[in-house]
Design a protein around this ligand. Structure first.
Ligand SMILES: [Mg+2]
Length: 362
């Protein structure tokens, strides 16, 4: 019986190794929510909601309040009808994306544990691993150089650099990373910090210095569609839409107007079912696929790794935030080798559970 017996949720607070600074905000501690779904058959699913207030206004309190309202609507329902349940949640709480994503995650984890199938196989089994980049936030250039050398030393091959402040500072930071890790490929993420002409100027200055950029994420404000189109046309670098695309219709717009080359899909922005629809639109519209996340622990990142590996075709993978955390509250999950996350050892579901609690396998 895959009927939902109970849904529980609680704060998931995890300290960061150091404050995380990007163009739109600063985070000192991760304040996420852990969701536990238990089915009548005894399977237990775990989900994580990772709200990021500067992105969409959700925080731990709004997630807990949303879950409180959704719980009685979902208890007693069949986890096997996860698309219908997702539609129900979306209809009521379309803006509460992280809360919905966490619930979908816990429901799918429990359901695929009932089936005895690892989540990446449930999503299609295209691959059983992904290879992530590692990000360097907005820090002084000298610090960035040291971080880059450390990342390269771990065997990671792509470094994502946060930009979107003063162009001079951004150029200095990117140059320092390039010197610290000369063999690593570089991607940039401006988190909406530039005007379109500033974005094109940054790429021009980097090119002048012999630094090539593999991809440039969200150069301009999320609703600046013309700006996205301008940078896509003018910068001669693949441009990824992140904050601009939260649902399938946004992705369709990017494809139809050729305003990006790539879409960064995040479960916390869209929910899992909507993310599946975004991926389908991207394929049909010849947009490249990227998977990313908010500031998430190993549980949600592992779910995203299942999503990207199972669907296949994700050229850009940015699932490194567990490395920013001072503690790891979970057991199981992917096996990390350098930048690679291997899923082949996972028996069923996401395969990741809170330390000291039941794994939830049947
Ligand atoms: Mg981004």
């Amino acid at each position: 019986m895959s009927r939902i017996r109970s849904i529980r949720f609680e704060p998931l607070d995890v300290p960061l190794i150091e404050p995380f600074v990007i163009a739109i905000g600063r985070l000192d501690q991760v304040r996420n929510v852990l969701i536990t779904v238990t089915l009548e058959n005894g399977a237990i699913g775990y989900g994580e909601a990772a709200p990021l207030e500067p992105i969409n206004g959700e925080n731990q309190a709004t997630v807990l309040a949303t879950l409180q309202t959704l719980r009685p609507l979902l208890e007693g329902q069949d986890a096997g009808e996860w698309r219908r349940l997702s539609g129900l949640m979306h209809g009521l709480f379309s803006a509460q994306c992280a809360a919905r994503a966490g619930l979908e995650m816990a429901i799918l984890d429990a359901f695929t544990k009932s089936l005895g199938v690892p989540l990446y196989r449930f999503f299609g089994g295209a691959r059983d691993e992904v290879e992530t980049d590692i990000s360097i936030p907005i820090v002084p250039a000298e610090h960035a150089r040291g971080l880059a050398a450390g990342i390269a030393g771990e065997g990671v091959r792509v470094i994502k650099i946060k930009v979107g402040t003063r162009i001079e500072d951004d150029v200095a930071r990117v140059e320092a990373v390039h010197e610290g890790a000369p063999d690593c490929e570089i991607t940039l993420d401006a988190n909406q910090g530039f005007t379109a002409s500033e974005a094109v100027e940054l790429i021009r200055r980097l090119r002048e210095r012999g630094i090539s950029v593999r991809m440039f994420e969200q150069p301009v404000a999320r609703h600046d569609f013309f700006g996205m189109h301008f940078v896509t046309e003018q910068s001669r670098v693949p441009v990824a839409a992140d904050e601009t695309v939260v649902d399938a219709s946004d992705a369709l717009r990017m494809a139809a107007t050729r305003s990006a080359h790539v879409v960064n899909i995040k479960l916390m922005k869209s929910g899992i079912v909507e993310a599946m629809d975004i991926a389908a639109v991207c394929r049909a519209g010849y947009l490249g696929l990227m998977i990313g996340g908010m500031i998430e622990t190993r549980l949600a990142m592992c779910c995203s790794a299942h999503f990207a590996a199972g669907h296949g075709g994700f050229t850009f993978v940015d699932l490194d935030t567990p490395l920013l955390l001072a503690e790891d509250p979970f057991e199981g999950g992917y096996q990390r080798v350098g930048g690679r996350y291997l899923l082949s050892g996972i028996r069923a579901g996401i395969g990741c559970w809170p330390r000291g609690r039941p794994s939830g396998f049947l």
